[in-house]
Design a protein around this ligand. Structure first.
Ligand code: HEC
Ligand code: HEC
Length: 263
């Protein structure tokens, strides 16, 4: 049974490399300087996946126990480098076979998985979480504003659980284009009370009668709306797009995806 499956796989490798006439150079050229995989790569990946992976993993990527390729649930894989390694070296004593794919096929299948199997989707590169953590705490200056696992200031959202609530695409958007990624609740606010106090800060919560903010001194304030004489919500994002390179952004995203609550 095992042998039969790997024969089918090999046969489809041949069929497939004939079908994919896209040049390697073309794909590489498209990748350079790009923050994400191209839609051409995702299209190419759909073909590789259908012919070489769907047999075991299923058209929706969920047929192997404990793994769901479409939603990014793996056993050991975290970064794109890990993903490429598992595909080219195999795993679990060959139950996951090794594949020798061309560069364009490999880029394609990784892009297709990272785009959530959606040819129209946005495939975000996911880099190395260890390098990402160093960038988060160092050059990226993220830790100057964000708190993670009990360490850091409270002036920006706590990111300890960000990996389980945001997709790679929304994390990338937040870093590259914070203005469009801004959630309404996260807009900076400026409040003036009838006691003539001005409070500038970040909204945590709001209902009909009250609003809770963290002020610029990191104090949690709960204010009654009847006590406010003015309440402005800014459209200006409170942060600038990151100046990190696209590979560094991929590493930071890799790190953010590992932040899944306080284990
Ligand atoms: C012959 C069946 C088979 C084929 C074909 C196959 N896989 Fe797998 N794959 C498996 C099995 C079984 C596992 C689980 C291995 C384990 O138990 O750790 C797996 C695991 C994986 C993992 C998770 C590895 C980890 O440790 O997190 C990825 C990613 C993956 N496969 C991608 C692919 C891709 C991409 C293709 C097509 C190029 C493919 N597989 C083709 C059987 C297959
Ligand atoms: C100057 C302070 C500041 C810096 C530096 C900063 N951020 Fe932010 N970040 C914010 C604020 C304020 C928000 C909430 C408002 C918004 O989305 O713009 C936010 C939002 C976020 C969110 C979305 C949170 C959510 O709940 O969806 C993520 C993810 C994030 N930042 C990651 C980072 C990373 C990674 C870096 C470093 C590359 C970074 N930030 C640098 C202030 C900052």
């Amino acid at each position: 049974m095992k042998i039969k499956i790997s024969r089918i796989v090999r046969l489809s490798t041949l069929v497939c490399s004939g079908l994919l006439a896209m040049s390697v150079q073309q794909v590489l050229a498209q990748e350079v300087g790009d923050h994400q995989y191209t839609s051409e790569a995702i299209e190419a990946g759909l073909q590789v996946y259908t012919q070489q992976c769907a047999l075991c993993h299923g058209p929706q990527g969920a047929l192997v126990d404990g793994i769901n390729l479409r939603i990014g649930q793996f056993r050991t894989v975290q970064s794109d480098t890990d993903l490429r390694q598992v595909i080219s070296e195999g795993a679990a004593q060959g139950r996951m076979p090794s594949f020798s794919l061309r560069a364009d096929e490999m880029n394609g299948v990784v892009a297709y998985i990272r785009a959530g199997f959606d040819p129209e989707g946005e495939a975000v590169k996911i880099g190395d979480p260890i390098r990402g953590q160093a960038l988060f705490e160092g050059e990226g200056q993220c830790a100057d504003c964000h708190r993670v696992r009990g360490v850091g200031p409270r002036t920006a959202p706590d990111l300890s659980n960000i990996g389980s609530i945001r997709t790679p695409a929304s994390l990338q958007r937040n870093l590259l284009d914070p203005a469009t990624a801004l959630l309404p609740i996260n807009r900076p606010v400026r409040l003036v009370t009838r006691f003539e106090e001005t409070i500038v800060g970040r909204r945590l919560n709001e209902d009909t009668y009250t609003v809770q903010v963290v002020d610029s001194q990191e104090r949690l304030r709960s204010l009654k709306k009847v006590d406010l004489v003015s309440y402005e919500i800014s459209d200006e994002p409170s942060k600038q797009p990151t100046t990190l390179s696209s590979d560094e952004v991929a590493d930071v995203i890799g790190y953010l995806l590992t932040l899944r609550g306080l284990e």
